[in-house]
Design a protein around this ligand. Sequence first.
Ligand SMILES: NC(=O)c1ccc[n+]([C@@H]2O[C@H](COP(=O)([O-])OP(=O)(O)OC[C@H]3O[C@@H](n4cnc5c(N)ncnc54)[C@H](OP(=O)(O)O)[C@@H]3O)[C@@H](O)[C@H]2O)c1
Length: 192
Amino acid sequence: MKMIAAVDAKWAIGNKGKLLISIPQDMKHFRAHTLGKTVVMGRKTLESFPNQKPLPDRDNIVLTRNPRYEVKGAAVASDIDELFRILRSGSADARAQRTAGKGQSDETDAGGTLLQDTDDVYVIGGETIYRQLLPYCDTAYITKIDYAYEADAYFPNLDEDPEWELADESDEETYFNVCYTFCTYRRKAEKV
Ligand SMILES: NC(=O)c1ccc[n+]([C@@H]2O[C@H](COP(=O)([O-])OP(=O)(O)OC[C@H]3O[C@@H](n4cnc5c(N)ncnc54)[C@H](OP(=O)(O)O)[C@@H]3O)[C@@H](O)[C@H]2O)c1
């Protein structure tokens, strides 16, 4: 399982239910990673999307403790155990609901089969979901933005986590006056 997030200089990810900044190249990067894959998110992150709709062309799984919560085009998990049951089940629920949400679908079946392989599962936020699923992840794609915004939601600081290491970092890119890099963090191999 992998994580993908955009963090600021203090590992902040959001404020008042919204992203800190939207960088077009970062949105492309997010799309390139997640398209055709499974995305796992908290209910608040889903509700931060345009029209509160699941992401198209991906199997969406939303975590909420509200047993009556329904969202067209996404599977709903009431806890982490149920999330893993859905992932292990090989997608039936998520795929069925995604297809139902899209009406007639001409997509490939990729999303369905991928669900059995947690390597193609991306945790996409927000803070509560990143923190709970970090122990199950081995890779984190982190867009690091070199500015500290006013914020109320944070990603766990992987630079201070002895179990994680920075494996790769892109050249610095800029969006107006904002500098950012695309980083890959990996869980360190266990010592024998
Ligand atoms: N920069 C980035 O890359 C990035 C990415 C994603 C999100 N964000 C930002 O992060 C912020 C939202 O983060 P957040 O932590 O406030 O909200 P969140 O993690 O998106 O959603 C929290 C909700 O998820 C549900 N939940 C959490 N743990 C659960 C569990 N174990 N079982 C079942 N349901 C569970 C609960 O829903 P119920 O209340 O319905 O029970 C909870 O209120 C926003 O500002 C958003 O823009 C940033």
